[in-house]
Design a protein around this ligand. Sequence first.
Ligand code: PGA
Ligand code: ZN
Length: 428
Amino acid sequence: MNTRIMSVRGRRIWDSRGRPTVEVDVHLEGGAWGRGMAPAGASRGSNEAIDLRDGGREQAGFGVQGALRAISEVIAPALIGMDARDQDAVDMELIALDGTPNKARLGGNATIATSMAVIQSAAAAEKMPLWQYLAGDRPVRLPLPEVQIFGGGAHAGQRIDIQDFLVMPIGAESFDEALCMASDVYRAAGELMAALGRRSGVADEGGWWPEFTSNEEPLELLTRAIERAGYRHDQVAISLDIAASEFGRNGRYRLAVERREFDTAEWIDVVTRWIRRYPIVSVEDPVAEDDSAGMRAFTDAVGDSVQVIGDDFLVTSAERVSAAAVAGQCNAVLLKPNQVGTITETRRTMETARRLGWGMIVSARSGETEDTTIVHLATGWNTGQLKVGSFARSERMAKWNEGLRIEEQMGKDARFAGWSALPVRSLA
Ligand code: PGA
Ligand code: ZN
């Protein structure tokens, strides 16, 4: 099949927050084609790739006409004629065309949608699902899901300070069983909220709205929900995305909901106490992106038995992952393709983390679409973990459900990552 790129077409679509975003279709000369859709974050790291937004009054400044122009005027003419199977060359061309360190010229939204569409078209040309195209002959596993139960922080109008209270079904033996377990806990948590008269809808990623009076209360309730659903803590464990850059700066951490303020050492003490009291196996961005010493101290304190994920702190950058490893910061990296802007750069960061023996979590954003590419990346690259939000709202369910289809495609060869995907020797 002729895999030369024949056309690259962008269009404006709308994301799960009702904001404009970029979709790209790539058609190949042989007839195969692929599609990619750009997601968008709300609690972004300051070193992420920049989404090109139009500004001004229309669509509250979120317009993507500039990004679409970059696709039709700059990206399409350069990519037409290139081989879609050579993802590295395509992405290096995108990087060169952009010419900035953070995709500020073309827009990370334009480059990631294009990059995803190209890899999808190449898999389609091989008549393979993307996960299989990426895996080649290597054995791969379905990822361990990290499922949000309560949303908070920037995804819930700062109703509470901590951003994500999630569960990991570490005792599951298959992806299918893991989703059943997550669904049981999600439902149990909703019932507990209803019984307290505090159930009032869901946050941006589908987790229950955080109608709480402190940041610890949801931990208490989540622990009870796991028990109410009938699971032990070695079957379903808790994971936190603190997203501390949202409330921490210059070594001060201000919890608005509790009207309390801590320095870095006191804040690490608070989180460490939570880890002792509740069945927490993973913590993301425990300190702010500017708190390097804090990240080292936290990793030092708990890194043997708890996964310490860098999101805003590492922004899917291979260089940052390498530097963090040398400095003793984190033992896992969140992989958000749009945080860096191309599939190839995401893969390089993944490979760097793999060499270090780190945990690798492919992740969605809080603003999402029905695109399921990241599920294929997590499986085909065998990263072991996947985080796409809660267990409600179809932009989330589209991804969990795609994992079920992949598990079915693997048939009797299907393997599931389970808790061994965590970079810890034993569970706390
Ligand atoms: P974001 O949040 O997509 O709003 O940046 C997701 C996360 O922090 O993991
Ligand atoms: Zn995060």
